[in-house]
Design a protein around this ligand. Structure first.
Ligand SMILES: NC(=O)c1ccc[n+]([C@@H]2O[C@H](COP(=O)([O-])OP(=O)(O)OC[C@H]3O[C@@H](n4cnc5c(N)ncnc54)[C@H](OP(=O)(O)O)[C@@H]3O)[C@@H](O)[C@H]2O)c1
Length: 331
């Protein structure tokens, strides 16, 4: 029996709570590959799960953590050997399968991606689901347009995890990036350093319910939903594309069909959890090609396993910025 430290949820009559405990390998699922976890991260979903909010965890007890980066200990999958450094985002981790916020993880080898050059394992964790989702959003823009040079792309929630990495990724890929944030003064310098051509106050996107506004953006990468997404769509140019992945503001979509039927715009949904392997690999290749590790470091902080609750509370209160990596070996 091997013991390790990890977060685990317990069901309560009115919800659940997460506790840091000593666990043993009997708790793990029966999967073909066992990892020594080096790093996980705090994503919005992790923050909800850790803070006892509903909607993410689908069984108890469950190890939270939708990202895992570590070293293969044993594998029955022909792709992996002991010592290989691998990473995995989503695929049910931290939702209906035990996740990454513990010293050991059992996963399906089929889902794993090697930690790609030029990233270290800590940087792969800094990318995490947030960066992986930013990359899936860029892949969608590459498929549907606009191409770089064909007009500005608006990124909402630019100060957050998905937003920060989307700004850096799109800028390096050649897009003119307009970063929308609720904290323009605080984050102006940081977002400009990531590659934003312009930083706008998200209040500017509020069209007060008007379905059409001045055509400003050729593309949109949205992680917040709600009126901001509706406002971004109202300002999308004819034939433009928006991607939607998140609900940091709201799960509601108070939108209107006019941008679709009068301007031929498209809205593409992004789901990072159930992404087939080829697409996972394509997203990670894009990240390896376009995401500068030094820029990634500039928006990342690393915390020990015991400090995740504070980071989760900050994130849900809208005080978080960039990415939070969890060093699972440091308690
Ligand atoms: N579909 C998927 O597969 C997928 C994958 C990853 C994430 N997500 C979702 O994407 C969203 C963002 O995730 P994240 O990890 O980037 O979270 P995050 O780091 O907390 O960033 C969210 C950002 O949204 C902005 N925001 C927060 N509250 C807002 C409000 N009331 N109105 C407008 N903007 C607000 C803030 O940016 P500013 O302060 O700069 O405005 C905040 O930093 C979450 O809903 C998450 O669940 C979905």
């Amino acid at each position: 029996m091997t013991t390790f430290t990890g977060w685990i949820t317990h069901e309560l009559p009115d919800g659940h709570r997460a506790a840091l405990e000593e666990l043993d390998d009997g708790v793990l699922d029966d999967r073909d590959t066992t990892l020594r976890v080096h790093y996980s991260s705090v994503n919005y979903k992790d923050a909800l799960a850790l803070q006892g909010r509903p909607g993410v965890i689908r069984r108890h007890p469950l190890v939270p953590g939708i990202d895992v980066t570590g070293e293969v200990l044993t594998s029955r999958n022909h792709r992996w050997r002991p010592g290989d450094l691998v990473t995995l985002n989503g695929a049910g981790l931290g939702e209906d399968r035990h996740g990454g916020l513990a010293g050991l993880a059992a996963v399906d080898g089929e889902d794993l991606v090697p930690v790609p050059d030029p990233f270290t394992p800590a940087q792969a964790a800094a990318v995490g689901t947030a960066g992986f989702t930013a990359a899936l959003s860029l892949l969608a823009l590459e498929r549907h347009g606009p191409a770089p040079g064909h007009g500005p792309v608006l990124v909402t929630g630019a100060g957050g995890g998905v937003g920060s990495i989307a700004v850096a990724l799109l800028a390096r890929a050649g897009y003119e990036v307009i970063a929308a944030t609720g904290r323009p003064e605080l984050l102006h310098e940081r977002l400009t350093a990531l590659g934003a051509a312009r930083v706008v106050d998200r209040a500017e996107l509020d069209t007060k319910g008007r379905p059409l506004a001045k055509q400003r953006w050729a593309g949109v990468v949205d992680a917040v939903g709600g009126p901001l997404l509706a406002g971004a769509l109202a300002g999308l140019r004819h034939s433009g594309t928006a991607t939607t992945c998140g609900l940091a503001a709201s799960a509601e979509f108070p939108g209107n069909v006019l941008p679709f039927i009068l301007r031929g715009v498209s809205l593409i949904g992004i789901d990072s959890v159930r992404t087939p392997r080829e697409r996972r690999e394509a997203a990670w290749q894009l990240l390896a090609h376009h995401l500068d590790p030094a820029l990634l470091d500039s928006v990342t902080r690393t915390i020990p396993l015991a400090a995740v609750q504070e980071a989760a509370a900050d994130m849900l209160a809208g005080r978080g910025t960039g990415r939070v990596v969890v060093d699972v070996r440091a308690h």
